[in-house]
Structures are given as structure tokens and as C-alpha cells.
Design a protein around this ligand. Sequence first.
Ligand code: HEM
Length: 413
Amino acid sequence: MNQIEKLPDPKTTPLAQFDLSDPRLYEQDAWRPYFARLREEDPVHYQSESPFGPFWSVTRFEDIMAVESNIEVFSSEPTIVIGNLPEDLPVEMFIAMDPPRHDIQRRAVQPVVAPQNLAQMESLIRSRVIEILDSLPVGETFNWVDRVSINLTTQMLATLFGFPFEERHKLTYWSDLAAGSPEMAGGTVDEEEQMTGMMECLEVFTRIWHERKGQEGGFDLISLLQRDPNTADLVERPMEYLGNLMLLIVGGNDTTRNSASGGVLALNQNPAEYDKLRANHGLIPGMVSEIIRWQTPLMHMRRTATRDVEFQGKQIHKGDKVVLWYVSGNRDERSIDKADEFIIDRANPRHHSSFGFGIHRCMGNRLAEMQLRILWEEIMQRFSFVELVGEPERVKSNFVRGYSALPVRLHAL
Ligand code: HEM
């Protein structure tokens, strides 16, 4: 068990001394009062020093939307996290591109999550969920993160990429490496290991690209990229190929994984909501959105100002980093009623900031919702209670809000 390091008092510490990039705020789940104070006292806040350099923090829901809508002034290039890209691994991905390149590349892979493709995937996802849930031990303590959340999302990723199923654990490994670097997000991944892992990922996917070339009709991501004239030669631009692979691997992995864990935690902390769910399984679709809001699996995206601009009375300069804190937007009472509470039958549950807004709004949002809906539908067919029997362990990052362990015990129906 890590020793808990003491954080500054959120009530009495001067705002100028807040460090919102400190991953311990999230590892210790201590972030709420810091953001509550900022939303109230200084919603567009400048932090002059941090391990990642100075940056602005945008903490209110409406302001986050406004920044995301103004793509000319607030660019997604060169990257969308607080930190900088590793210099020796200058990957490029469309989440960190502006139009027109962004639009071209997004369009190439978008069909994988088109409604028709999703409908075709539904029965496959369901059969995999069933297999995972039926293999779980009832009445024994185990780690939900490993046995369910990671297992489920890894299988899904392998399906999306048409990746060899028996080697699918590699996808999870690469995803953890990509999202956990200290310089990007305050994580703990060793840089050399990251570099070796990323190169292995590129090598494996380059081999898959060449093996798949010429095969017709595939609806996996690699086949889609090969078929689109704009990305048909992506393999010849290795840093762009690798970047977009990482985007899709991380995008579809950590996020859904941590929602699958977060839902269990939220229901355990809110037993009255769990009772509502037991009484009415029809609440599942709305509950899934509420879980995604409550969890906020990606806590921020960053933009970079392309010119001097005044925003909410603050003078933002060209080149400044502007961090959009979704985790705070989702707790903003100005935009979301009882924002701190977990309520599975909210009137407008998709009104949240977890998927972002505008041209970069999460491409996989319907897929993620579908996976989580199926997961809960099948859980409720089998278990009366997924009981949390110990403290959750949280990931150390200022980007991914997630769990490394969630000890649970299942009760059969
Ligand atoms: C609960 C699950 C998920 C959450 C919370 C989430 C969150 C996000 C967020 C916050 C963004 C950036 C939005 C912005 O800048 O405005 C994003 C973008 C993206 N997500 Fe997701 N995501 C999830 C699941 C997925 C899945 C399953 C996929 C797989 C297909 C995926 C693929 C992407 C891609 C490709 C982008 C880049 C879109 C662009 O730049 O145009 N996401 N996601």
C-alpha cells in the first residue's frame, strides 16, 4: 500500500498555490473541493507553475463548451494533455489535429462505429460479456478490474482491430504504457519501457497491415484505413500510423474499462440507486450515461491558444495551454442539477462533459454506451449484488480517472 502523501488544504490554501496537474489529487480522490472552489472563485484560472509548465484551467461546463466550439483560437495541436509529447516519439493522432487533417482521418475510421456496424457487433459483445460473467466465482473475493473491466474492453479492442485474439493482452499492455507516462500525465510508466513497447506495437501492426492488404470486405479498423484513399498509405507514415493506433487503443480501453469499474463503485456508494435498478432494469440505458458522467474517465483535454484572446475577462496569450477539466464540468451545479449526486434516473442523462464537445466529441461514445449497457443487462440477469468488499485502488494520473483494483464479492440472484 502506498503511503498517503498530504495534499494542501483546499479551503485555506491560496488559489495561486493549487496544482491541478498533481496526479495525487486524483489518486487520492481528493479533487472535488479544489474544483468546487475554482468554479466559484476563479473559473478560468491561471497556474503559473507546474511540473508541466504554466497552464489555464477552465472549470465550468459552459466555458468548456465555449472553448471547444472555438477551434480557430483553441487548437488541438500539438497535443491534448497537459504535458508535452516525448521528443523521441513524435506520434501524430487525429485527436490532436485541427481541420482539415482531423476531419479526413476521423472520416476514415468513423464507419467502424456507425449504427449498422454497432448493431452487428451487439450479439458478439453480448456473448463475450456472458462468457466473462459466467466464469466468475460467486461468494469469493476477486478483483473486478482484472476479471471483468479489463477482460471485457480488451476483447472488444481485439474485435475492433481484427487483432489476433490469443494475443489480445498486448493491446492492454500498450494502452497502459501509452497513457501512463510521467511527462504526459504524471503517471509511473518507465520511459524506456514505453519506447520499447510502442515500437513493438508499431512492428506488430505493420505486419498486420501487410498481411491484411488486399483482403476484401473487412469492417475492422485496419481494413477501413486501407480502403479510404486518404489513409491507404498510412503505414508509410509510421508516427501517424502509430499515433492513430494509440488513439484508438487508449480511446477504447481505459475509458470503458474505468466506467465498467466506476459503475460498481457508484452503486455500492448509493444503495438506494442500486435498489431502483433492481426494481427496474429499464433504467439501465440512462444509468450508463450517469455512470459515464459520474466517473469522467478522461479528466481533461487541453487546447493551445493560436493567438492572444480575452476569455471570461482573462487575457490568454498565444501559445498558452488551456486545460478543459471535464471532471469539474460534470460537477458544475450551474449546468447539472445535483451534480455531485449519482442519480440513475436523471431527466437528461446524456447532458454531461465526459465525451467532450464539437468536432472532437468522442467518436466511440455509442460503442462505449452499448458495451456498458450490455454489461449491466447481463449482470442484472445473474447477480443480486456486486458487493464492494474493500477500498478501491486508484490510478495515479491527471488524465485517466481510473482504478487498478476493486475487490468485490458476487451474490447470486
Ligand atoms: C466511456 C467511454 C469513453 C469516454 C469517456 C471517452 C472520452 C473521450 C473524450 C473526452 C474525447 C475528446 C473529446 C474532445 O476533445 O472534445 C474522446 C475522443 C475520442 N474517442 Fe472516446 N471515450 C470513450 C470511449 C471510446 C471508445 C470505445 C472509442 C473507440 C472507438 C473511442 C474513440 C475516440 C476517438 C477516436 C476520439 C477522437 C475523436 C476526434 O478527435 O475527433 N472512445 N473520447
